[in-house]
Design a protein around this ligand. Structure first.
Ligand code: NAD
Length: 246
């Protein structure tokens, strides 16, 4: 396995089709902690609150924790250099798309246009009856659980709960990216979350060179990664940006 940043940059420059796959790690330097690992949120919260059957059975209990994690704790997070460089790469036609496991909207806030949100987005709430969407700021989260103004049904954050399917557009779009990619950037993902972890594997099977950025080795590192850049996303992407546009 290669660990050479210059080699990664030269591949990115030569590639006619690059896409990126991002996990919770890319947002850590924006102040959004991951779920797994040493400082992971699952050390503090019970993942059960994000199980869809639990949500439907105990919406108030589920909503209390969801509000704390996603609408209080994560609030105010801003994109970091890694999100920004990916957006700039897209603008300069060095990147086709970002497939993200994240639900924090930070790729879009950084300016990325083609974003496949594999696990949905916390910045939208949806009525499961009429399909109306709300921004979190449009509902009163002091009065839980929030309800649809049209039909009084409890609103659900528009991210994928455990037990829910992957949104079709993201599933299909990410497969197209994985099949087409010559170079596939994998940033800040453990590779443990199914079925998202299959996306980089499909890219590899279809001939893509996998460049991985992560301070810790992941499930990908010794299986599909070709170039492993050990380190935090923002710092490594800043180095890459300097060399891409020097
Ligand atoms: P994950 O697969 O997304 O992995 C997190 C990875 O980030 C780990 O491999 C860790 O080594 C790496 N990492 C930590 N700091 C980093 C840094 N500064 N730069 C680069 N990489 C870094 O696993 P998870 O955290 O358990 O998340 C599971 C799922 O939960 C995600 O797929 C996502 O859907 C959701 N989630 C989303 C957010 C978000 O929207 N920001 C945050 C937490 C969890």
């Amino acid at each position: 396995m290669i660990t050479d940043l210059n080699k990664a940059v030269s591949l990115l420059k030569q590639s006619s089709y690059t896409s990126a796959f991002t996990g919770a790690g890319i947002s850590v330097e924006s102040g959004v902690p991951p779920f797994r690992g040493e400082n992971g949120l699952w050390n503090k919260y019970d993942p059960m609150v994000l199980d869809i059957d639990y949500f439907h059975s105990y919406p108030l209990e589920s909503w209390k924790v969801i509000r704390e994690i996603f609408y209080e704790f994560f609030e105010g997070a801003k994109p970091n250099k890694a999100h920004e460089v990916l957006a700039q790469m897209e603008k300069e036609k060095l990147l086709f798309a970002v497939i993200t496991q994240n639900i924090d909207n930070l790729h879009q806030e950084a300016g990325s246009k083609v974003v496949y949100e594999y696990h949905g987005n916390a910045q939208k709430l949806v009525c499961t009856k009429c399909g109306k969407y709300y921004k979190p700021s449009e509902v009163d989260l002091n009065n839980l659980p929030p309800r649809c103004s049209r039909d009084n049904v409890i609103l659900k954050p528009d991210f994928v709960f455990f037990g829910e399917p992957i949104p079709e557009k993201a599933r299909e779009g990410s497969m197209v990216e994985a099949v087409n990619a010559e170079v596939f950037l994998v940033i800040g993902s453990t590779g443990e979350v199914m079925p998202a972890c299959f996306v980089p594997q499909v890219a590899k099977k279809n001939g893509a060179v996998i460049i991985e950025i992560n301070p810790e080795e992941s499930q990908f590192t010794h299986s599909i990664t070709d170039i492993y850049l050990k380190g935090k996303a923002a710092g490594i992407m800043e180095e890459i940006a300097k060399k891409l546009w020097e």
